[in-house]
Design a protein around this ligand. Structure first.
Ligand code: AKB
Length: 340
């Protein structure tokens, strides 16, 4: 990856923090932005940090002043919060994405070359109509069940289409390479499991919350049924997927949005892994009807054949490695919890 200034939006979020660490380790200067201040240690890893609302034109003026040659657009309101605050979700996830695509196009024209724009999308773009269909469907392909039931899923799906539109429309207007355009690509992520940070406002959060609570000796009430099954991925794999896709040859990318998978787990299976690592863990199940309804429409697993074929995707962390190497070691260290 060349050492061009790389814009990371949503820099204070959990994916943002891990991605910035990885970019900084590679010596890539990061222009970070978020509405919340960055943790000071993370801010020191960045070339520049600009605070602001991604839907605010003033922030975009500042981003253009600094300049950038690559984009990871991570800023988003996640599913559970978006259901509570749909207007906010629309402003951040739709208007923010639209504005950033415009800004990136202006930047690409100024540079006279294409800018790659990576957009983390989600399994929330899928909407399985019933539990029976969810069990029957098992691994869902990119073009199936695209009828999300949440505002978050709808805004992510629209973000993918906006990106595709920008990539195609301006490419048609400016067929000469020196004119600049956007190379857009979306990754549909499953629930993410990080040892270092906790997500905020998502519906797959019961996975990470369960293990972080156990490591701190706190009881955890899981808000979905034990048999609830969705795909999950370890955070280092999510970061690696973003970096791999950034480096893929444009001609290899046959899709504008790719599934990436690692393993599929029920909430009961997560609880079993957590109890294995922390035998004292106190986990109970008290489903919340609204959040349960959301995950019941998300697929059990995803078919990521296209990502494997087109840009060599494969997860490094399966279920065992995720829990017994990555999470066990790092979470114990983080909370100084004893090895049983
Ligand atoms: C959420 O739960 O909203 C996210 C997601 C699956 O995109 N973690």
């Amino acid at each position: 990856m060349n050492s061009a200034i790389t814009l990371v939006t949503g820099a204070s979020g959990e994916l943002g923090q891990s991605l910035i660490e990885a970019l900084a380790e590679r010596g890539i200067p990061v222009l970070a932005t978020d509405i919340r201040p960055l943790p000071p240690a993370l801010s020191r890893r960045c070339y520049r940090a600009v605070l602001g609302d991604i839907s605010d034109p003033e922030l975009h003026t500042q981003l253009l002043q600094v300049g950038f040659e690559r984009v990871f657009h991570l800023a988003a309101i996640l599913s559970s919060q978006a259901e509570r605050e749909p207007e906010l979700a629309h402003r951040v996830n739709v208007e923010g994405t639209f504005r950033l695509l415009q800004t990136t196009y202006r930047m690409a024209k100024r540079l006279g070359k294409p800018i790659r724009f990576l957009f983390p999308s989600s399994i929330a773009v899928y909407g399985l109509p019933s539990l029976e269909e969810k069990r029957r469907a098992r691994k869902v392909r990119e073009d199936q069940y695209l009828t999300p039931m949440t505002i978050y899923g709808a805004t992510k799906l629209y973000g993918e289409l906006l990106g595709l539109y920008y990539a195609r429309f301006y490419r048609r207007l400016a067929p000469e390479p020196e004119a600049g355009w956007i190379e857009f690509c979306a990754l549909r992520f499953p629930g993410l499991l990080s040892a270092f940070t906790l997500p905020q406002g998502g519906t797959s959060d019961y996975g990470p919350e369960m293990i972080h609570a156990a490591a701190q000796g706190k009881p955890y009430r899981c808000f979905v049924r034990p048999d609830t099954r969705i795909p999950f991925m370890a955070m280092p794999d999510a970061v690696r997927a973003l970096l791999l896709l950034t480096e893929a040859e444009p001609s290899a990318l046959r899709r504008h949005a790719y599934n990436v998978g690692a393993f599929s787990l029920s909430a009961e299976e997560i609880a079993a892994e957590v109890r294995h690592l922390f035998p004292e863990a106190q986990i109970s199940f008290e489903p919340d009807l609204q959040r349960q309804a959301i995950v019941d429409t998300w697929p059990e697993d995803v078919d990521d054949t296209a990502a494997r074929q087109d840009w060599g995707w494969h997860p490094d962390y399966d279920r065992h490695r995720t829990f017994h190497e990555y999470l066990a070691v790092n979470i114990r260290r983080r909370y100084r919890s004893p090895v049983p």
